[in-house]
Design a protein around this ligand. Structure first.
Ligand SMILES: CC(C)(COP(=O)(O)OP(=O)(O)OC[C@H]1O[C@@H](n2cnc3c(N)ncnc32)[C@H](O)[C@@H]1OP(=O)(O)O)[C@@H](O)C(=O)NCCC(=O)NCCS
Length: 198
């Protein structure tokens, strides 16, 4: 995927800035620190237990910028956001990409999640993907709203499909959208705080 334009500077809604770039293996410890600092309610329904070093090892080993491309956002103090694009190279869903996004509490609601998702959609378009999906647990209100604003719609609900870190079962909502539609709605959304090239 085309990473030539990174790093870029994202100007956020409150005037603060974050630098967005592709993650590489040496970012591992900082990424683990970022995930460990997320409040439990933000980690409760993430697919993996992102606080475990074993998870980080697997995550870092998967980075190839083809099938798995993680972006990080950082300020002067460290990593404040992570967004990862997963894309199969073979099989009947080669046209479908999946994204996962997480933003540090102190940076939430400033547009960083939208900027990171925006970047992943650009990369997905660049890679020829036609559809994007994101999976959120039914009670992740902020995540659902964030993705709805980007043009995603609930496409399927898998009943009792996930257990949170305390073992409570929840429904998983698979949200999706046609990439070209996502692009249009994100262009409008990010017009005010579109990241500028460094
Ligand atoms: C989902 C998440 C990535 C959104 O990141 P963000 O940087 O806060 O998103 P943005 O600032 O771009 O907000 C986009 C929209 O999301 C909604 N939103 C964001 N935070 C919200 C909150 N706390 N409550 C309700 N809605 C919220 C709003 O509609 C917002 O648009 P607005 O600010 O114009 O009203 C962030 O909340 C997060 O990291 N959550 C924990 C991890 C997670 O659940 N990830 C999703 C699974 S992949």
């Amino acid at each position: 995927m085309n990473l030539r334009e990174y790093p870029i500077k994202a100007k956020l809604r409150d005037g603060s800035e974050a630098q967005v770039r592709a993650m590489d293996a040496k970012d591992g410890p900082a990424v683990l620190k970022f995930f460990r600092a997320l409040p439990e309610e933000d980690r409760l329904f993430l697919r993996d237990d992102v606080t475990r070093p074993e998870w980080l090892d697997r995550f870092v080993r998967q980075i190839d910028y083809q099938t798995m491309l993680p972006l990080v956002a950082e300020d002067g103090s460290g990593i404040v956001g992570n967004a990862t694009l997963y894309r199969p190279l073979y099989g009947w869903s080669v046209h479908v990409g999946e994204m996962r996004v997480a933003v540090a509490r102190e940076y939430q609601h400033k547009g960083l999640g939208t900027v990171l998702a925006h970047e992943l959609v650009k990369l997905a378009l660049d890679a020829g993907l036609e559809k994007m999906v994101v999976s959120v647990v039914d009670n992740q209100i902020a995540a659902k709203r964030a993705f709805e604003k980007l043009g995603f719609r609930s496409e399927a609900v898998l009943k009792g499909h996930v257990k949170d870190i305390h073992g409570t079962k929840r429904d998983l909502v698979v949200m999706s959208n046609d990439v070209s539609h996502i692009w249009e709605s994100m262009e409008a959304l990010t017009r005010d705080y579109l990241p500028s090239l460094e």
